[in-house]
Write a protein that binds this ligand. Structure first.
Ligand code: ZN
Length: 244
């Protein structure tokens, strides 16, 4: 089975059924991350009759400022969600610095609840890698999954030392940082992700579907010099171990 440990099913819009058929046909275990309450409820609904879809509740850092004063309403979701995400900080794409305290407040709320309910988190770290590392340590957070890491290599190594898993995504083959990370990353810490249909579009203008995960596994296989079937199985085992 393939693993897509960071997707956004709500981003497929009219193509959602096509995306789900691809998930089913290729047996892709998918973490359906949310941007907000609405996308979580959709993911939860889609997961009802589909064992390949695991809904994740989170508020994306881009949306954090909208919710920083009404966080208690999310307690009920956090108690039930299998994984917490997408959550994190973004000091790169979010340029308004007055939003950063809101992002931090929301993230601390999620970390506190993740600890309370013993949940794994799916983290966005763009431009705030150091702050994320500091908070992970401060909260003694359980094995986080770091999504699409593109920050400094020294912080990457510290996150790895902490025990984090890393999802390798659609920029493999395009990004020098990702290439370096894949080469350093121990096999037992690698996961794969597509990050929805728009991530590849951002890189090369093409919209992608969940089966792009097959290309990512092939690229990892080339960079690691290990047969793709072995890489696929290792990622599957990593994912299962994470959930034990
Ligand atoms: Zn995402």
């Amino acid at each position: 089975m393939y693993i897509d440990a960071h997707n956004h099913l709500d981003f497929y819009g009219k193509e959602l059924n096509k995306a789900i058929n691809i998930i089913n046909k290729n047996k892709i275990q998918t973490l359906a991350c949310s941007m907000n309450e609405k996308s979580y409820l959709l993911a939860k609904d889609l997961s009802k009759n589909n064992p390949f879809i695991i809904p994740c509740f989170g508020i994306h850092p881009w949306n954090a400022h909208e919710y920083s004063n009404c966080l208690e309403r999310f307690d009920k979701y956090l108690e039930n969600t299998p994984i917490v995400g997408e959550i994190g900080l973004d000091f790169h794409w979010v340029l308004e610095e007055d939003k950063y305290p809101h992002q931090i407040k929301v993230l601390e709320y999620f970390f506190e609840k993740a600890n309370k309910y013993n949940k794994i988190t799916n983290l966005h770290t763009k431009g705030a890698e150091y702050e994320i590392l500091k908070l992970i340590k401060q909260y003694n957070l359980k094995t986080p999954i770091i999504h699409w890491y593109s920050g400094p290599l020294d912080i990457f190594k510290k996150l790895l030392d902490y025990g984090c898993y890393f999802t390798i995504g659609v920029d493999i083959g395009y990004s020098k940082i990702t290439e370096k990370i894949v080469k350093i990353l121990p096999l037992e810490k690698i996961l794969t992700e597509t990050d929805g249909p728009t991530a590849l579009e951002w890189i090369n203008g093409q919209c992608s579907y969940p089966d792009y995960i097959i290309n990512i596994v092939e690229e990892i296989s080339i960079l690691k010099g290990i047969p793709k079937e072995e890489i696929k199985e290792q990622i599957y085992n990593n994912f299962n171990l994470l959930f034990k």
